[in-house]
Design a binder for this molecule. Structure first.
Ligand code: BTN
Length: 332
């Protein structure tokens, strides 16, 4: 914890209160920690009250945090993240064209990586294959992580798959329900899409210089609010578990998990767990599927992936086919 950068006063107040749980935190102790007067602490708390936090005064002992906003709140996310011994610069926007584009712009302007960009809604959310990503302000997460990894471009596919299994594992641990990963980038429940990943890179000679990992995750949107073309095809975590999720706590857990996973990818230690995780969450193995690549369509039985993350199919007459990209449909 001591290696984390100094937090803002808001993050420090929220962090102290989250750590204290049901116990009160003394205003004097907070003032000492912040190096400000008790009045200044009180003013910060008044500001937080206007943002959906509630504090209860406990006579002569301080304050307890009794309610948190249900909408995304940057300082609350960072306070949760720091309570797990991690930190990450976070940009939270009301609206942006695409968090992937915003992260790429900030990287191009020289902002230090890693950092994360979250938006409450996107006006031009993008998916794979030039598709749009529905990005209404409905309690879902639109987030991009920016890195400067200096990796060989061939490793990008594996990077997305590694992130995918980590996100599945996070969802399983956090929500108690197990999603499936449909190669290469879809998170599904009951064949309905709960999330999608979009990894984009800027190359420098033959290395990835800027890497943006974007995730759209349907967290809290309710059934019946999808546009017609997505009804029956999309699902949120809340819809699947029948309970709303604490989106700030979840976002913090996601940031922590992605940062950890990134570190393991770059240092190579992801090899120790990748195969197990892949086998746990892979939805396609053993299924009859069709892969569409432009006009070209190949059917077969999914056998798994190779060490570059390409999908392997057993085709008719016992041949095999290997796909580095494509759109998969499960046939039966
Ligand atoms: C897909 O399934 O095709 C990938 C969808 C990726 C959507 C996310 S939302 C956050 C980030 N910003 C974008 O514009 N796209 C990704």
């Amino acid at each position: 914890m001591s290696k984390l950068p100094r937090p803002t006063p808001e993050v420090l107040i929220l962090g102290a209160m989250l750590a204290a749980g049901k116990n009160p935190v003394s205003g004097a102790a907070l003032a000492r920690q912040l190096g400000v007067s008790r009045v200044a602490v009180w003013q910060q708390m008044e500001k937080l009250r206007t943002q959906g936090f509630a504090f209860t005064a406990v006579r002569a002992r301080g304050y307890r945090l009794t309610a948190c906003p249900t909408v995304l709140h940057a300082s609350l996310i960072v306070a949760h993240l720091r309570s797990h011994g991690r930190d990450c610069p976070l940009i939270l926007l009301d609206e942006v064209d695409s968090t992937n584009d915003e992260a790429a712009r900030q990287l191009a302007e020289g902002r230090a990586a890693p950092f994360a960009v979250i938006a409450r809604r996107q006006s031009k959310g993008r998916g794979r294959l030039g598709r749009a990503w529905h990005s209404a302000d409905n309690g879902n997460l639109y987030v991009s992580f920016a890195f400067r990894p200096l990796l060989a471009p061939a490793r990008m596919q594996m990077f997305t798959l590694w992130m995918g299994v980590n996100i599945c594992e996070l969802v399983a641990n956090f929500c108690g329900v197990t999603p499936g990963l449909k190669w290469p980038n879809d998170l599904l429940f009951d064949r309905r899409k709960a999330g999608g990943m979009l990894t984009e890179a800027r190359m420098d000679a033959d290395q990835i210089r800027d890497l943006v990992f974007g995730l759209g995750l349907n967290v809290n949107s309710s059934a019946g609010t999808w546009p017609r073309e997505l009804a029956g095809r999309a699902i949120s975590l809340a819809e699947h578990t029948r309970a709303p999720l604490d989106v700030n706590r979840f976002a913090a857990a996601l940031l922590g998990r992605v940062l950890l996973a990134y570190g393991r990818f770059v240092d190579g230690s992801f090899h120790e767990t990748f195969a197990d995780l892949w086998n746990r969450y892979d939805l396609l193995r053993g299924q009859t599927v069709a892969v569409l690549q432009g006009e070209h369509r190949v059917s077969g039985t999914a056998l798994g992936i190779d060490d570059e993350g390409a999908l392997i199919l057993r085709t008719a007459r016992n041949g095999t086919a290997r796909f580095r990209a494509g759109e998969v449909t499960i046939e039966k």
